[in-house]
Design a protein around this ligand. Structure first.
Ligand code: TXA
Ligand code: MG
Length: 345
């Protein structure tokens, strides 16, 4: 792989970033959810570099980021009426929609060989400007090393990908912190393949009942959203989910008994009331599920960089509304392991 001196582009350097894209190089771009790893979606060689830089399996298709409805219409074979209604409400925004595409309109490297593609109109003006100036849609998986938590700052991206990409367009920390909702609009009935910032309830308020299908997919099954079968969001330390209603006193007691350092991720009010042992490091999730979603990946990454932290205990929230997306990500980073299961053994 070619080596790059990865540049940090400021917001007044969007032209320079767009030129890199036009040359077939990779530039990480901000969105309201997480940072993406951008390449010209119409340049097959550039898209291949995205998989290489991330270490991403090549059957996992990429989201196509667009800056206008027309850009999606250029590739989509059919956009149902319900999808236009959803665009009226949620574009630009954190709702990614999957449509059937015109044959051969996007390369196999983008679609992973599927007859559909995912389209996203991010709610982030610098990136919309970048797309317009580059003149092409951008593929954009989250700009992390495959398997690691998604990046919510330019520094996270730099940590994972410096030397491998031309640059990063820095727009500060992202606002939402969990990735977009992926909604499959290519079949008879709309299905959420990945819960995200736009909730099932919000979508149903616009188009009526939809399905939620983010069950765990076995290694040999062909999943609807190919990304679902891979290990995700996992720091090196084991993450334990601390369910609502768990006595934090018990958690702290367990932490104290461990022969290594433990990261504690919890709301401000939990941390304020706890007296933490010497081997505990704390990371505040703020107040409520919105703050927690914005901070989750940052906390997991912070502890991932601390060699001595071998376990992380992280607060659960009710899996409703945005909590559905938060718990989906937390569950994956913990591999489904809960604190109580440990406590009883
Ligand atoms: O918020 C986001 O969506 C971020 C920002 C950068 O836009 N992007 C992101 O991309 O999370 P990525 O590649 O990490 O996740 C995209 C997910 C994967 O699970 C992938 O398998 C699924 O969407 N996906 C993409 N195209 C698909 C398709 N045609 N059919 C089914 N699933 C698809
Ligand atoms: Mg990702």
């Amino acid at each position: 792989m070619q080596h790059f001196d990865t540049r940090i582009f400021q917001l007044d350097e969007i032209d320079a970033a767009a030129q890199e894209i036009q040359q077939g190089h990779l530039v990480s771009f901000p969105t309201e959810t997480v940072y993406g790893l951008g390449a010209d979606a119409t340049n097959e060689q550039a898209v291949k570099q995205v998989y290489l830089a991330k270490g991403r399996p090549s059957d996992n298709p990429l989201i196509v980021h667009i800056a206008s409805r027309e850009m999606a219409e250029k590739y989509a074979a059919h956009i149902p009426d319900k999808a236009y209604k959803l665009m009226d409400h949620f574009w630009p925004g954190s709702l990614t929609m999957i449509f059937k595409i015109k044959p051969h309109s996007l390369s196999k490297t983008v679609t992973g060989g599927l007859k559909t593609a995912a389209f996203r109109f991010p709610d982030c003006q610098p990136t919309l400007d970048l797309i317009k100036r580059a003149g092409v849609p951008l593929v954009g998986p989250s700009a992390n090393t495959s398997g690691k938590p998604s990046p919510t700052t330019a520094q996270h991206v730099y940590h994972d990908l410096h030397g491998k990409i031309a640059g990063i367009l820095d727009n500060g920390p992202t606002r939402v912190g969990v990735e977009s909702t992926v909604l499959d609009m290519s079949g008879d009935h709309p299905v959420i393949l990945r819960p995200g910032a736009v909730t099932k309830e919000q979508i149903e308020a616009v188009i009526g009942s939809i399905d939620l299908n983010h069950h765990h997919v076995g290694k040999n099954e062909t999943p609807k959203a190919p990304g679902m079968k891979y290990k995700h969001y996992a720091p090196a330390a084991q993450v334990y989910i601390v369910d609502s209603g768990t006595d934090w006193g018990q958690v702290i007691e367990w932490v104290q008994q461990q022969p290594f350092d433990v990261g504690i991720m919890a709301e401000e009010k939990v941390l304020q009331n706890a007296s933490l042992p010497m081997n505990a490091s704390q990371f505040s999730l703020g107040n409520g599920v919105k703050d927690a979603s914005a901070r989750l990946f940052d906390g997991l990454r912070e502890f991932d960089d601390e060699q001595n932290v071998k376990a992380i205990v992280c607060q659960a929230f009710p899996a409703e509304g945005l909590g559905e997306a938060y718990m989906n990500r937390l569950n994956k980073s913990a591999g489904g392991v809960h604190f109580l299961a440990v406590d009883k053994s």
